[in-house]
Design a protein around this ligand. Structure first.
Ligand SMILES: [Zn+2]
Ligand SMILES: [Zn+2]
Length: 239
């Protein structure tokens, strides 16, 4: 009889003690039940900008894309609202590490991952990771069927909250906040992974660093896209 790997065995024990509960409706069995996922799919606006994936009913690309030109594109599985928003908050502040797995699976089912060579998570500052115990973007990246990049991004200084800052202020706030450490990314098409993309300023800054490290292109892939008109209360705290 083949023994189960220890990690998988522990996982079964933990799952038995704490069966997952849907973050949307509270039903037991899944962290994200099929019904709530279908609801989240329905909440994604049909008309979106082809470059940054934000809600946009106009012609061509939306006017907010200009500062995101270093990104090949932004792609998100869901709108940052309803169950998707609750999942992000639960992952971030509810310390539900196991939630990253079904969230990554939902991203895989909705985003075309075939055009990327490697995944790089947007890093959080080490002090925040110590506090939380894990990095939510890294957990999402781990759950995607993409190989990790040969090196990693590191956040070398804390940035203040981006809420209420103009585009120029956001860029200044983020300048020099990230470094790439590792072998050159020579010609790799990088999927830059984050839980939420709001202004895209953080992703654009990371993309600039990865392109300097040799990446052929960088696309931001997120679990959820916060379109621009979020109220202060809706704004994710991470960016
Ligand atoms: Zn549900
Ligand atoms: Zn756009």
């Amino acid at each position: 009889m083949a023994a189960l790997p220890v990690r998988r065995m522990l996982r079964l024990v933990v799952d038995a003690l704490y069966p997952p509960q849907c973050v949307g409706c509270g039903r037991w069995g899944d962290f994200l039940c099929p019904r709530c996922l279908a609801r989240a799919d329905a909440e994604r606006p049909q008309a979106r900008c082809g470059h940054c994936d934000a809600a946009w009913a106009g012609e061509g690309f939306c006017p907010r894309c200009l500062p995101l030109s270093r990104l090949a594109a932004v792609r998100a599985a869901f709108e940052f609202t309803g169950v998707a928003r609750r999942a992000v908050h639960q992952l971030k502040y509810g310390f539900t590490r196991a939630l990253a797995e079904p969230m990554a699976a939902a991203m895989t089912a909705r985003l075309d991952l075939s055009t990327y060579d490697a995944a790089v998570p947007v890093p959080i500052h080490p002090s925040r990771q110590r506090w939380r115990g894990f990095d939510q973007a890294a957990e999402l990246a781990r759950g995607l069927p993409l190989p990790p990049a040969p090196g990693r991004l590191r956040r070398i200084r804390k940035t203040r909250s981006q809420v209420g800052l103009s585009a120029a202020e956001r860029r200044r706030n983020l300048a020099g906040a990230f470094v790439y450490e590792g072998p050159p990314l020579s010609g790799l098409r990088i999927a830059l992974i984050d839980d939420v993309v709001t202004s895209g300023a953080t992703a654009a800054e990371c993309a600039a660093v990865l392109l300097d490290a040799g990446a052929a292109q960088v696309t931001a892939l997120a679990f959820a896209r916060a379109s621009y008109e979020t109220s202060l209360a809706d704004a994710p705290i991470r960016e």
